[in-house]
Design a protein around this ligand. Structure first.
Ligand code: ZN
Length: 151
């Protein structure tokens, strides 16, 4: 963006950001939809909201709905909570590689006492959304996807 006036840069970024904001993403989750972005240059899907394609850095993005299915890439069981998450323990943050390609962070809806590394690689499906109030570091409430093991 060298040579561009600050005003031009802000105008361009504002256009990009409105394709899919975090507010839109979280509203979609609350309706049971996983919303991402499809790249017009390489055709791949990016999820969660970003201002460039995660695969080729193009800014030609449009909204796309993901199927909500994928594979459990990794997870951990939280028993000692960070500040602000005391009521949630035990809980299972996880990363899911979606069928469309991008990895998404969320929570796994699974009995924390029975969770073992054998779960990694299992098929999972979007089963809901979880809204956490946040703490002094997170800038307020946010909503993340919740996944359930289906195979
Ligand atoms: Zn791309």
């Amino acid at each position: 963006m060298a040579g561009m006036a600050q005003e031009e840069i802000e105008k361009e970024l504002a256009t990009v950001y409105t394709v899919l904001t975090y507010e839109d993403y979280e509203a979609g989750l609350k309706e049971g939809r996983l919303v991402g972005l499809k790249c017009a240059s390489c055709g791949k899907i990016t999820c969660h909201p970003m201002h460039v394609c995660q695969w080729c850095s193009s800014r030609s993005l449009e909204r796309a709905e993901l199927c909500g299915e994928g594979e459990l890439t990794t997870f951990t069981v939280i028993r000692v909570p960070p500040e602000g998450f005391e009521a949630d323990v035990p809980y299972i943050p996880c990363i899911v590689e979606t069928k469309e390609g991008p990895c998404v962070m969320g929570r796994l809806d699974y009995d924390a006492e029975r969770a073992t590394p054998e779960l990694i690689g299992k098929r999972v499906k979007l089963s809901g959304a979880y809204t956490y109030e946040g703490d002094k570091y997170s800038g307020g409430a946010h909503t993340c996807p919740v996944f359930k093991v289906v195979g």
